[in-house]
Ligand binder design. Sequence first.
Ligand code: G4P
Length: 194
Amino acid sequence: MKLLKKKIMTDGKVVNDALLKVDSFLNHQIEPELMKEIGREFAERFKDAKVTKVLTIEASGIAAALMTALYLDVPLVFARKKKSAVTEENLYAAEVYSFTKKETNRVTVASEFLADGDQILIIDDFLANGEAVLGLCNIVEQAKANVVGVGIVIEKSFQPGCEKIRKAGYRLESLARIHSFSDGRVNFMQDDTK
Ligand code: G4P
C-alpha cells in the first residue's frame, strides 16, 4: 500500500536491525485518515471472504481493525491481554509468548463474542514472530469458527511469522512488507508493489 509505505519512509524510525518505531502514526499517536485508508484496503482485499467478524488483540491492532470492520460492516472483537475486572467466566484463552518483549501473555476472548461458524478476519499492526496471530487462530478454532484470513499492517518479512502463518494454511495479506533495515533505512520487499 503506497500511502503506508510512504508514511513508514518519512515518519518511521529504525531502532536497530530488527525494530521499527512508528509511534507517530500507529503505536502511540494514531493518524485517523491513514487508518481509514488501511481499513478500506483490507476491506477491499477481503471483500469476497464473507467475513462476519474482525478479530484483533489489544492495544495497537484496534485502530486498523476498527476501520476494517467499519468498511466490511461487521463487528470488531479485540482479545484482551489483561484480566477483565468484571468477569473471568466463559473465556477462550491462549498463551502468547512475545520474543520481542520476552514475556508471555494469557490472551482471552469471551465466548459469547465468537460463534460456531463465524467467518473471522484477523487484523494486527505488526507481524514479527507470528505468536500473537497464531494465538488468535487457536482461539478462533476453540470457538469452532473459521479464520478466513490474516491482515497485517506492517510485516517484517525477515522474521519467521509470515512463513509460520502461510505454512499453517492461512491467507495472509500485509500492506507493507519489510525485507530488512540497513543504515537506518527501511528496505521493502521487491515484490511489494501494491
Ligand atoms: P508477534 O506479535 O508477531 O508474535 O511478534 P512479537 O511477539 O515479537 O511482538 C510483540 C509485540 O511487539 C507486539 O506488540 C508487536 O506488535 C510488537 N512489535 C514487534 N516488532 C515490532 C517492531 O518492529 N516495531 C514495533 N513498533 N512493534 C513491534 P504488543 O505487545 O501486542 O503491543 P501493543 O499492541 O500493546 O502496542
